[in-house]
Design a protein around this ligand. Structure first.
Ligand SMILES: [Zn+2]
Length: 392
């Protein structure tokens, strides 16, 4: 509401300044028309301030139909309605602007672009696609229309057309879309893997890696496929390459790596890798994975001692949780100790349960699990593990 009122006030001030600057030049007739315009704005603003959104939008729609002087603020107002989730109002307002008989082509195109975005927000993807496809042909708006068209294809999960639109957008705008295009290829690879079409899936993964040679996701899909077909050595190689590209997602697959090393009976090698990795990686996951291996190979006491030592330099609630679990197992026969540790462990679990452990680095969206595309801002590869005391 504050944003809406702000937009209206800005528009109003604009109109008042216009009146003052030109007051000696404006004909009496024009002055009367502007007074009427101001009156309409005050009326609409009054409705907004009194939380009567329905009547306010009626006033603004009427204004949009008749006056092109207020085109820009009206357009912005429609966009604000869309962002607030009131898409029906945004569509009505933008439609009214388009219906103005004397609107310039430039303004009409701007309003059509805005309405395409309204359709997209309303889930009317077919309509949005038709609109943006037409607008791509208008040279001055080709980049913006192509970008929006690419967004429509993503919502439709039409990844092949999303790749085409993004590639064309790169050419006309000069902006790189390599990260997004690599993810579209990964989506296509996943789709083919679901249909057991391994050959085409591999080809899309190679495309992803040729578009973005450091595409962690493509490497991790390859690693998963090698692991599932029991090609342990190749899976391990792929996981290590993923870490070399960017170790930020390591917490997602260290357990899988551990499993592959175990199948080859090379746990010693994996332990050496983890000990080295702990020195550079900022999270707690390698400590937890290594502690589990120590527990299995050398017993609970060794695992406990290792976690205690690591927690000094890497304080972590997840580390504390493992320490409590180890103590519970160690003192399983002592009823008093078990009760004490159980209470503590339950408390720690409650604390961990409430916290998101992934966050979008672009918009701040918090999630329990990894999303390759942020569910909120729709960016690709921006949701990453949170590093800190209560998380990774
Ligand atoms: Zn986001």
């Amino acid at each position: 509401m504050i944003e809406l009122v702000g937009a209206i006030l800005a528009a109003l001030i604009g109109i008042m300044i216009g009146i003052n600057l030109n007051k000696f030049k404006i004909e009496r007739k024009n002055l009367k028309r502007l007074e009427k315009l101001n009156h309409s704005y005050f009326k609409g603003l009054n409705y907004l301030l009194n939380d009567d959104s329905e009547r306010a939008i009626d006033v603004f729609i009427e204004l949009a139909k008749t006056s092109s002087e207020t085109f820009e603020p009206q357009l912005a107002l429609g966009n604000l309605y869309r962002r607030k989730g009131e898409v029906d109002k945004a569509i009505k307002l933008h439609q009214s602007l388009i219906s103005q008989p004397n609107l310039t082509e430039d303004y009409r195109t701007k309003a059509l672009l805005a309405m395409g975005k309204d359709y997209m927000s309303a889930g009317l993807l077919d309509r949005a696609e038709v609109l943006f496809t037409e607008l791509v042909e208008i040279e001055a708006y080709t980049p913006e229309a192509l970008y929006s068209l690419c967004e429509v294809y993503q919502q439709e999960q039409d990844w092949a057309d999303a790749i085409k639109a993004a590639s064309r957008y790169e050419v006309v705008s000069g902006r790189k879309m390599t990260n997004d295009i690599a993810h579209f290829n990964c989506e296509l690879a996943e789709k083919h893997l679901l249909n057991n079409d391994n050959k085409n899936a591999q080809s899309y993964l190679l495309s992803a890696l040729s578009t973005n040679p450091k595409c962690v996701r493509a490497k991790l899909i390859q690693a998963r496929e090698f692991r599932e077909s029991k090609k342990w050595k190749k899976a391990i190689e792929a996981y290590h390459q993923a870490i070399e590209f960017d170790d930020v997602f390591a917490s997602e697959y260290l357990d899988d790596m551990s499993f592959c090393y175990a199948q080859l009976k090379k746990c010693k090698l994996f332990k050496e890798f983890l000990l080295e990795f702990i020195q550079t990686y900022q999270g707690i996951s390698p400590v937890l994975v290594l502690a589990e291996i120590y527990k299995k190979d050398d017993g609970i006491a060794k695992a406990e001692q290792f976690v205690e030592e690591q927690l000094v330099s890497k304080p972590s609630v997840r580390g504390l949780d493992l320490l409590l679990k180890l103590n519970l197992q160690k003192n399983a026969k002592n009823t008093d100790d078990v009760t004490k540790f159980q209470v503590l462990e339950q408390l720690v679990n409650k604390l961990l349960d409430k916290k998101p452990n992934h966050r979008c680095r672009k918009c701040g969206f918090g999630a329990k699990k990894l999303h390759w595309q942020c569910p909120s801002c729709k960016s690709w590869g921006t949701v990453k593990p949170i590093y800190g005391l209560e998380t990774e």
